[in-house]
Structures are given as structure tokens and as C-alpha cells.
Design a protein. Structure first.
Length: 320
């Protein structure tokens, strides 16, 4: 390991509101700090552009692996974002207009010399649900449309389908419908706002009940050797930890590795250093590029430090 100490900024949601036992961003900060790197903390409201230059009101921050007292934040100072060696963009969705504006600011920081993880252009280009269309051979049948009649036809064709908006996270507004369900019309109307917004419909994969929704983590395009299978509770269809699913680690199988081999190189090439593939029954349902999670759970179950692997990838990119 090089003795070069990097100066790292983290853009995230309010740090006082995180759940430290499971928060992946905190794990990343702890890993950076163990390397002797300097940490700064920012929220979206701390970022701005002035005459084409990206600035931030950066708070020095120290973190601890303590469930009751996990950070100390210092007084902020205005700094050009290009001065940072690396900037971790860890703001959770929704992927709304404000999020997009922040990627423009971070892209100007990138132009000034900062390594932004994940790359701002990739964050804009790779909607977590839509980007699966670039890898149709890896995915179950999927329809993205505003047309409610087409949604009904897709549901009739496949008998059962999962329907969700394109901008959410954590299992929000996910519906499972059976052909002939009298609620189908109102679900499609709600998700598309009566045909004015795109939504996604995917063939239901029954493996969700038995083997769960597995998170396969890619660090600089390479898969971590274990996946986190999120098993829905008996009272819910959703394989999301935020929706009450249980996280059970498992070794990657051959299909996981094949999916990673298909998708990982494209992500690496486009500067996406930390990505989570959601895999159900051997099919990718989402490609998570904004703020993938699961690091803490896998670390506890298998004793691996995925956050430090990411810091290693950042160090290599920065020559540290």
C-alpha cells in the first residue's frame, strides 16, 4: 500500500440520519480513514457552481464504528471540489431533477481533477432500471412504456408481473399483479400518472420467494465473491432490506459470474467503480449505480472488507 494520503469528499444524505450498523457509505468512510486518508462531508445543499467552477461547503469529518456515536463533524469551509483526490457520490435516490443538477456540478469537479465515484455522466446515463436494456440477454422479459394498454397486454402475456416506477429505491411503489387483477388499471394509472410518465413492467420471477433478490456487488467491474440474497418476509413480495427482507449471504454461482462478465467491463470502461446488480432467478432486474448497499451485511457474514476493496480501486486510479 502506498504512503500517499488521499483527500476524499463524501456527498451523502444527512449523516446523523443513517443506520450505522448497515450503512455502506459509513463503511466506505471507515475504510478510507483506516488508510490515513482525510475525509470531508457534504450534502447536496453544500454544492454550487460559480463561473464554471465546482465548489462545496466541506465539513471535516471523523467516523467511528460505534452504533451510538459514529461521527464528529467540524466547521465547514468553502473549497473548490477539484482539489479533492476523490469524491464519493453517495446520495440516495430519488433520481430527480435535483440529483441530475448535482451530477453537473460533480462533472465540473471531475474536469478540474477529482475522481468522482461513480462517474457523474454514468449516473445520468445509467438509470438503474432502464440500463438493463443494454443487456437484454441477462434479463427477464421487460417493458418500459407510458402506454397502459401495452402494460395490460404484457400482463396477460406473462400471467404475473412486477410493476414499478423508474426513479425509486428501497422497494417503494412496487406492485405484483396477476392477469385479471381488477387493481391492474389503477396501478398502471398511478405509476404512469395516466400515461404521462414512463414505468417498468417485468415478468414475475417466482424464485424471489425461495432464493430471494440477490445483490451482486462489482468493484471496478469485478464481482465480490459473495452475494447478499434478500429474502422477502412472508407478508411481502419485495426483496428489499428497507422493506423488511432478510439478508442472507451466499457464494456467487456460475450464473452470477456470467452476468458479471457480461456487464462488468462496460461499467468499468465508463468509470462506474461501485455497482450492485440485483439478480432474481438468474436474471438481472436492476443495475444499481447511485448508492448500492449490502457491504456491511456481507462483511459481518464472511469477514470481507468490500469497502476497502473499493478504496484500493480508487488508490490505483489515483496512483496512491
Amino acid at each position: 500500500m502506498s504512503d500517499k494520503r488521499l483527500n476524499v469528499a463524501v456527498v451523502m444524505d444527512p449523516i446523523e440520519d443513517i443506520k450505522p450498523a448497515k450503512d455502506t457509505t459509513l463503511a466506505m468512510m471507515l475504510a478510507a480513514q483506516r488508510r490515513g486518508w482525510t475525509l470531508s462531508y457534504l450534502e447536496l445543499r453544500h454544492l454550487w457552481l460559480r463561473d464554471g467552477a465546482a465548489w462545496g461547503r466541506a465539513h471535516p469529518v471523523e467516523v467511528r464504528d460505534d452504533l451510538d456515536d459514529w461521527f464528529t463533524r467540524g466547521e465547514p469551509a468553502a473549497r473548490p471540489l477539484g482539489e479533492f483526490d476523490a469524491i464519493l457520490m453517495r446520495k440516495d435516490p430519488p433520481f430527480d431533477t435535483e440529483y441530475i443538477y448535482s451530477t453537473y456540478i460533480l462533472e465540473r469537479a471531475e474536469a478540474a481533477g477529482a475522481l468522482v465515484v461513480n462517474r457523474p455522466q454514468g449516473l445520468r446515463d445509467m438509470n438503474e432500471k432502464v440500463y438493463t436494456a443494454w443487456f437484454p440477454e441477462c434479463c427477464a422479459p421487460t417493458l418500459i412504456t407510458r402506454d397502459m394498454a401495452d402494460m395490460h397486454a404484457f400482463l396477460r402475456e406473462h400471467g404475473r408481473a412486477v410493476c414499478k416506477p423508474l426513479y425509486g429505491m428501497g422497494g417503494r411503489s412496487i406492485f405484483v399483479l396477476d392477469a385479471g387483477d381488477k387493481n391492474a388499471s389503477v396501478v398502471f394509472e398511478t405509476l404512469t400518472e395516466y400515461g404521462t410518465r414512463y414505468a417498468i413492467v417485468q415478468r414475475y420471477i417466482p424464485d424471489i420467494v425461495t432464493t430471494g433478490d440477490s445483490r451482486v456487488i462489482l468493484v471496478d467491474g469485478e464481482p465480490v465473491p459473495y452475494a447478499l440474497a434478500r429474502i422477502p418476509s412472508a407478508a411481502d413480495n419485495r426483496g428489499n432490506l428497507a422493506a423488511g427482507a432478510k439478508g442472507v449471504g451466499r457464494p456467487l454461482n456460475d450464473r452470477d459470474r456470467w452476468l458479471a462478465d457480461r456487464i462488468g467491463p462496460a461499467l468499468r470502461e465508463r468509470g462506474m467503480l461501485f455497482v450492485g446488480l440485483d439478480v432474481i432467478g438468474g436474471f438481472v432486474t436492476e443495475i444499481n449505480v447511485t448508492s448500492p448497499t449490502g457491504v456491511r451485511e456481507l462483511g459481518k457474514q464472511f469477514g470481507i472488507d468490500i469497502a476497502d476493496q473499493l478504496m484500493g480501486a480508487i488508490a490505483r486510479r489515483r496512483g496512491a
